[in-house]
Design a protein around this ligand. Sequence first.
Ligand SMILES: Nc1ncnc2c1ncn2[C@@H]1O[C@H](COP(=O)(O)OP(=O)(O)OP(=O)(O)O)[C@@H](O)[C@H]1O
Length: 378
Amino acid sequence: MTEAGRLDARGPAGVTDGGATAGAGGLDARLVVDRGDFALDVTLGARPGEVLALLGPNGAGKTTALRALAGLTPLTGGHLRLDGETLEEPAIRRRTAPEGRPVGVIFQDYLLFPHLTALENVAFGPRCHGMPRAAARTLAAELLDRMGLADHAGTKPRRLSGGQAQRVALARALATGPRLLLLDEPLAALDARARLDVRAELRRHLAAFEAVAVLVTHDPLDATVLADRLVVIENGRPVQQGTPAEVARRPRTDYVARLVGLNLYQGEAAGHTVRLAPGLGLATTETLQGAAFVAFPPSAVTLHRERPDRGENAWPAEVAGMESHGDRIRVALTGAGPAAGLPLAADLTAVAVAELTLALGDAVWVSVGLTETHAYPA
Ligand SMILES: Nc1ncnc2c1ncn2[C@@H]1O[C@H](COP(=O)(O)OP(=O)(O)OP(=O)(O)O)[C@@H](O)[C@H]1O
């Protein structure tokens, strides 16, 4: 990325602070929101230039966290500091109003002003911050140009495609020089085809953004493509964080395992075996002691009609469901015997399913390839 290609997030006039806040730069937050029936307590930290994705199931608290960062939902505890400046801290009664925060927000449906042109939409924020009209329009034109929308400056939102509207929303959010950019499900409003292009484009823009960006998504692919680091939230609490690769390789909850498409079990490791239940051990290539996770892809599972000769990593199970999964068939199984109740996903070719004459409720044996299991400390 060349310097010239970088989006200048340092202020409408492009004025920098000369690195005066270096060291304290970025996001430092503990977001506590207690609503009685729902409690959020999430600690977030990010350096300038980092993109964080908040990922989690419905109702986990992602939007509440984003709204708290924007100042739209007051904190009941914790703190929010940006580049060393405290924007909110209930314990010392400090709270900067949403409009006073150096924060840009892109809402799910973009919320562009329908009666204003793309240029006027982008110029709106700087005008509200007191920038003279001509300067605000020049800045807006420059931002639209960088977004490849110079030809659409005079277009009203209803005549823009989903991807174009999103770029206008991004330009509008950047126009006030935010130190924190918030994106709520940035690709949710787009159809599958547009999503592909817009995802790649948004990735370029976010990679060029110099301050902190936080996005909320349900979609692991969006999170993986767009973010440097994922924070998975469940029931108002962070349950796992790391780079997309770390999270995908070492899931720590069932939700994350499903998201990244792995089977995940927890047990007690002793050397090369992780004991999952009495009489049920899973051999792994890693050597571990104590509480451990073991994960493997559905493609590592083989189904048999009879107990396999090599009894290692094999257990009886029942076919609980089958569905197409790309060019494979995903078979859902429920363990029996020592594996009673253990859920398992297996990916088989259509030929394998036909040869086994598999049907719902069938009793089978499953075996898992030793070299495809991955064990790590819990
Ligand atoms: N304005 C509100 N007042 C009271 N409760 C709310 C409000 N908004 C959300 N909630 C509740 O707070 C919890 C967290 O919701 P939130 O919208 O933050 O989750 P989410 O992770 O963004 O979910 P989704 O992916 O479904 O958007 C839920 O139990 C929800 O019902």
